[in-house]
Design a protein around this ligand. Structure first.
Ligand code: SAM
Length: 487
């Protein structure tokens, strides 16, 4: 059964969270219209599957194109496009069932819904959604919209998307990325600022993408732009077309270990580092314990019966962190009797190692002393000789950039991603120096002092040994200084 949507909304009546309504700014609509019409100057029809109040269609309509729009809600009493109130995913299901030909539109624009009713919608409609999106999955509304639009577009159609950007790197969207790469040429890949929808109450990371379906000749250049600091800078980029031009190969991580993550404006010499051996050829990178009910099993203080130190997400802490909680001494016995109390990788229990951040924009690594345990955050286990230089390396600005600027733009980092961090091949002398810096940084942090001066030493050495150009170092420094806005 499909979900029933209310029929009409007034301006005041729009529940953004329910409808996933975030209005596209007019300069974004203008950007799509100009760039897409440049790609196909002869095009004269345009479609928006979640048209809202026709924000994205507006410039096309003004230029005389024939426009059609769908939306599950009706927001206007008078549409300038040919409007149909319908659930686009249900329309796609019917279209597919009847094996109809591709939609005859030269242009498709969409700002698909997100932050909305998707959890309920996906749960209520799962059986047919699963069948319909067997290839790319049913993780989000926006990803299903993108997948459906690629299927519905005719060869040569140009597709402009303003979308949540987690699909660029998240593991759950690897098959969507593969589909985009297989069926479309990418013309533009532009990250939006985090404040793009702040005046509408949303702090979301989004991107713009312009694709062309089934283009026969290859695209020489992809226009990319990294995340700007704010919406004013973004407007300037779009209006003045301040994009970088990069070869298509530089927009995708395509090594055998990679999952076609989209890379935006990463310096060429930094991308080359991905040819080095990854962290899991130096260490085991694994996840730890999930209790299933932290409130029940964890105590914040050492207490009788609760004696096993437990380390959670270090978040922004580096080098040193004290235990976040204590597990019951008999936790292994409890786990045997409680199905959702899961102890993974038992062979690593109580070993010394490194724990890494799992949530949040910042990435840090802390020493895990012997006798401790850790949660679902990534744990790194290696021989004693490697532990300290790896701790220094994992806390370097370079790694911070590799993780947050390239490998993974969403907030949740799993051991699978940490395992894939490329490791610069350091000589013995450099390893010893890095290890010395890490031990000193650990001591300082343990005493409650800042380890920043050692961070500078570590960065200098890591940059030198990685052979990065001065401009790449500058890019990385700038990124790390303002990571919350730029990641
Ligand atoms: C992010 S807003 C975009 C609105 C407008 N197109 C724009 O760009 O400003 C997403 C739109 O998707 C609509 N929507 C949500 N679920 C839908 C569905 N299943 N089918 C069609 N439209 C849907 C919402 O009502 C909302 O208008």
């Amino acid at each position: 059964m499909g979900r029933h949507f209310k029929s009409v909304f007034s301006d005041e009546g729009i529940d953004r969270r329910d409808a996933g309504y975030y209005s596209s700014p007019d300069f974004v609509a203008r950007f799509f219209c100009d760039e897409m019409r440049c790609i196909n100057p002869g095009g004269n029809t345009v479609f928006d599957p979640c048209v809202g109040k026709e924000e994205l269609l507006e410039p096309f309509i003004c230029e005389g194109l024939r426009a059609e729009g769908f939306d599950c809600y009706s927001y206007l009493s008078d549409y300038r496009s040919l409007f149909r109130q319908t659930d686009f995913l249900e329309f796609f299901r019917e279209h597919t069932r009847q094996n109809k030909p591709a939609l005859d539109f030269d242009f498709i624009v969409a700002n698909p819904p997100y932050n909305c009713h998707e959890t309920n919608y996906i749960r209520d409609n799962k059986p047919w959604l699963r069948k319909l999106f067997a290839e790319t999955g049913v993780a989000n509304m926006y990803s299903m919209f993108i997948s459906a639009l690629i299927d519905l577009a005719k060869p040569g159609a140009v597709i402009g998307l303003l979308s949540f950007d987690s699909f660029l790197t998240a593991g759950a969207h690897a098959r969507l990325r593969a589909k985009i790469l297989r069926q479309c040429r990418i013309h533009h890949l532009v990250l939006c600022p985090t404040d793009l929808f702040r005046n509408q109450g949303a702090d979301v990371r989004t991107c713009l993408m312009i694709l062309e379906k089934n283009r026969s000749e290859p695209v020489e250049t992809v226009y990319v732009s990294n995340r700007p600091r704010d919406v004013d800078a973004f407007r300037e980029i779009l209006i003045r077309k301040q994009f970088k031009r990069v070869p298509p190969g530089d927009t995708v991580l395509s090594g055998s270990r990679d999952a076609s993550e989209f890379v935006i404006d990463c310096p060429e010499d930094v991308l080359k580092l991905f040819q080095f051996a990854r962290l899991d050829s130096h260490a085991q990178v694994k996840t730890g314990i999930s209790t299933g009910n932290d409130g029940m099993y964890l105590r914040s203080e050492l207490a009788p019966g609760h004696s096993v130190p437990f380390y959670k997400n270090p978040g922004s802490r580096k080098f040193y962190c004290s235990p976040d909680a204590y597990l019951p001494a008999d936790f292994q016995q409890i786990a045997r009797g409680v199905p959702n109390f899961i102890v993974r990788n038992r062979d690593l229990l109580f070993r010394s190692g490194i724990i890494c951040s799992s949530m949040g924009v910042k990435f840090g690594a802390c020493y895990l002393p012997a006798g401790g345990t850790f949660g679902v955050n990534p744990g790194v286990f290696c021989d004693d000789a490697s532990l300290w230089w790896l701790l220094a390396y994992l806390n370097s600005s370079l790694v911070h950039y590799l993780v947050r600027g390239v490998l993974l733009r969403t907030n949740m980092i799993t051991s699978g991603y940490v395992a894939r961090i490329p490791v610069v091949p350091f000589d013995e002398e450099a390893k010893q120096l890095l290890a010395k810096f890490a031990r000193r940084a650990y001591d300082l942090e343990q005493k409650g002092c800042s380890s920043s001066p050692l961070q500078v030493d570590i960065d200098r050495l890591v940059f030198e040994k990685s052979g990065l150009s001065l401009s790449s170092r500058q890019t990385i420094d700038n990124f790390c200084k303002d990571i919350v806005r730029l990641a």
